[in-house]
Design a binder for this molecule. Structure first.
Ligand code: PLP
Length: 421
């Protein structure tokens, strides 16, 4: 074992015995991060999928500065403020009818917890015994006990298994076997009338390995939930804000979820904030003069005004900057990159959805703990790139201000990285 580190900080998803040294970042600008010793890194994964328009976008910075000079924080039970109202209005303009109410929280995990509580609360208050949750294999919805319960079980949550609640699981829709997923869903839904909701990551399962499935499967899953009266929860925490090529992934399947979770890119990636949107029937089931039907959920910083100001500015940037054009440019570039690998047998499962491109490097020890991952991580960093492989899966999920030459540097680093096997 190496000697223990000197900083008292315990970092997330970090095995300190193997990675004693953290890379110290001093500032960010656009698609780049700058280390304390002056090195530039291309942020190939948008700082864990949050940064959309680039680091320190001047408009978001200004909105944050203006807001913090005016109102930093206020209790959100019984009180409201302009930035929160602007975010709620902007969200309803961007999303289809059927997502009618906006509940604020502060991270993707809490947005999902809120979604699950809304679903259970809905059925409880309308007098139904529906309480089961159906989930998809390989899903990730967060790291709290509730969100781990609806996520993939494995090395990540083994020690906590005794605390996790029971769910029904359907297989991931593998290419060519999509019907198996739909059959399993239909079977689970029709087994009894106890299902409260299905929760899925639409089109792309992020932490589960950037696994992708087509829009028609999403559409069919939604239709089955409708048919059997279960709620449909879309966890768009990662897929939202343009990652899949459209503002939200559900649009591509023409699906309006009953409950939708957004976070990560909601502030352009600048400050923590999350929302859970829902159909009015869910709000209405809680709407009563009976105080026991109150939606009992809050975090101290619910709808923090500064975070909301950043989100409101992000919504305006979507209105008046060519965001979609930048997204299309990245998608075209990824497509050409994958095509260039057609005859390269070091890679398999080449896949893309919008701005997300992923491929697996052929290794003997596939999976999250594959030996290739830490080697690739260092290789990318030595090449001036921040990318964090998911086991033997490498992926690029860039901020939308990334340039052609940035993308080419990343593509080249993936090509050379495959030789580390
Ligand atoms: C990141 C993520 C979450 C959790 O979000 P946090 O802000 O990290 O709590 C939930 N769902 C999905 C699909 C995610 O990618």
């Amino acid at each position: 074992m190496p000697s223990k580190k000197t900083s008292p900080i315990w970092h997330p998803f970090t095995q300190h015995a193997l990675f004693p040294e953290m890379t110290h970042i001093d500032r960010g600008e656009g698609a780049y991060l700058y280390t304390k010793d002056g090195k530039r890194l291309i942020d190939g994964i948008s700082s864990w999928w949050v940064t959309t328009h680039g680091h320190c976008h001047p408009r978001i910075q200004k909105a944050v500065q203006d807001q913090i000079a005016k109102l930093d924080q206020v209790i959100f039970a019984g009180y409201t403020h302009d930035p929160a109202e602007a975010v709620a209005e902007g969200l309803l303009n961007m999303t289809p009818d059927g997502l009618d109410y906006v509940f604020f929280s502060d991270s993707g995990s809490t947005a999902v917890e809120v979604a699950l509580k809304m679903a259970l609360g809905y059925w409880h208050h309308v007098g139904s015994s529906r309480h089961k949750i159906i989930v998809m294999e390989h899903s990730y919805h967060g790291d709290t006990i509730g969100t781990m319960s609806v996520g993939e079980r494995g090395v990540f949550n083994k020690p906590y298994d005794p605390l996790l609640f029971t769910v029904d699981s359907i297989p991931f829709p593998e290419k060519g076997s999509e019907q198996l997923t739909l059959d399993a869903l239909e079977k689970a839904l029709s087994a009894d009338d106890e299902t409260a909701a299905l929760i899925v990551e639409p089109l792309v399962l992020g932490a589960g390995g950037m696994l992708m499935y087509p829009a028609w499967v999403l559409k069919e899953m939604h239709a089955l939930c409708r048919k059997h009266g279960a709620l449909f929860i879309a966890d768009e925490v990662m897929t939202g804000w343009g990652r899949t090529g459209t503002p939200f992934a559900c649009e591509q399947a023409d699906v309006v979820p009953d409950i939708a979770c957004y976070s990560k890119g909601i502030t352009g990636g600048s400050l923590p904030l999350a929302v859970t949107l829902c159909h009015e029937k869910i709000f209405d089931a809680h709407y009563s003069e009976d105080r026991s039907k109150t939606f009992f959920h809050s975090s101290s910083y619910t709808a923090n005004p500064v975070a909301c100001a950043a989100a409101a500015e992000n919504l305006r940037i979507w209105q008046d900057e060519p965001v979609q054009q930048r997204i299309n440019f990245i998608a075209d570039s990824h497509r050409a990159f994958l095509k260039s690998l057609d005859d390269d047998d070091r890679f398999e499962n080449r896949r893309q959805t919008g701005t997300i491109v992923a491929l697996d490097i052929k290794v003997k020890d596939e999976g999250y703990l594959s030996d290739i991952a830490p080697k690739l991580y260092r290789h990318f960093q030595e090449n001036g790139i921040l990318m964090r492989p998911l086991g033997n899966t490498v992926y690029i999920l860039p901020p939308y201000c990334v340039t052609e030459s940035d993308l080419n540097e990343m593509y080249d680093a993936i090509r050379s990285g495959a030789d580390l096997v």
